[in-house]
Design a protein around this ligand. Structure first.
Ligand SMILES: [Zn+2]
Length: 298
């Protein structure tokens, strides 16, 4: 699988949209702690259909449903020993959909925060993060993903730990994406730490970006990353629609409809992003709207 596009490519790479919230929208139980991982056991056909629908909508890359298949998350449901097995199953479902629908599409392997995405204070210490992310990334490499996608990183020690393990286990075939604060200056993680302290160590990344940030605040983050990173490192962005309630359940709103979201995505591209897609709350309709927008903009 060759990686594409080059950093200077005129055509952006289109990612898929949300898997977890889309499973919920289609009636699959996504209650915590398993969240999207439950679908691997109870609704693999729905998961396959979601991958299929994102590819049909125009996605050039799909993300395997491995956001919650690391050992720590599964252990909360008594299934920690099944981390490698369920990670492999998620990658197999994504690859099967890819091979059927769009054989040259990329399969990304999601590496999520070890604890709650929106509570950076819960993150384990850096050595623990290194050990646990090494296991997760190793499982994804063994399962045969094309690129590692470290996403929604909300604090510096964990982001640094995951990046170092990706550099070691999947050199140059890894992406890191941060969850930054929507308000205030750009480049501040949910933990309050500036990403600037880490960027110098990320030059081996295939791409660096932001995700699960409110769509209106993404443009400033993209601009900062494009100015901060060397040209060969691509910039990616995929925003959310909606918000998490106090119990951690995702509440979808229609505050950003697909056509509006596509206009935001165009702004991210104009600001220097070459990889765009959708995070929580986005649907195949969102990705279709971006695909249509990319055609119009050519
Ligand atoms: Zn998200």
């Amino acid at each position: 699988m060759s990686l594409k596009p080059p950093a200077s490519s005129p055509k952006p790479l289109l990612l898929d949209g949300a898997t977890g919230t889309e499973l919920g929208r289609r009636g699959v139980d996504i209650s915590l702690p398993l969240w999207s991982a439950r679908a691997l056991l109870e609704a693999p056909d729905v998961l396959h259909a979601i991958h299929h629908d994102f590819l049909a909508a125009g996605a050039d890359a799909i993300t395997a449903n491995t956001f919650r298949t690391h050992r720590r998350s599964l252990a909360k449901a008594g299934m920690g020993h099944r981390a490698a097995e369920l990670t492999r199953l998620a990658v197999e479902i994504a690859k099967a959909a890819r091979d059927e629908q769009k054989p040259d599409a990329i399969v990304l392997g999601s590496v999520a925060p070890l604890e709650d995405c929106y509570q950076p204070a819960l993150a384990p210490d850096e050595p623990t993060c290194r050990a646990e992310h090494a296991e997760m990334i190793g499982n994804l490499v063994d399962a045969g993903v094309d690129v590692i996608l470290i996403e929604t990183m909300n604090n510096l020690p964990e982001a640094r730990a995951a990046a170092r393990e990706a550099q070691r286990l999947a050199p140059s075939k890894w992406i890191i994406s941060f969850c930054t604060k929507s308000l205030g200056p750009a480049g501040i993680l949910l933990s309050g730490e500036p990403i600037a302290d880490l960027l110098g160590g990320l030059h081996d990344a295939y791409a660096v970006g932001v995700n699960c940030v409110a769509a209106p605040s993404v443009e400033a983050q993209v601009r900062l990353l494009r100015e901060s990173m060397p040209d060969h490192v691509r910039i990616l962005a995929y925003a959310n629609i909606g918000y998490a309630d106090e119990a951690g359940n995702w509440m979808v709103t229609d505050a950003v409809d697909p056509a509006q979201y596509a206009k935001y995505a165009q702004r991210w591209i104009d600001a220097g992003a070459t990889i765009v897609g959708g995070c929580c709350g986005t649907t195949p309709g969102t990705i279709q709207a971006i695909a249509d927008q990319l055609i119009r903009a050519r």
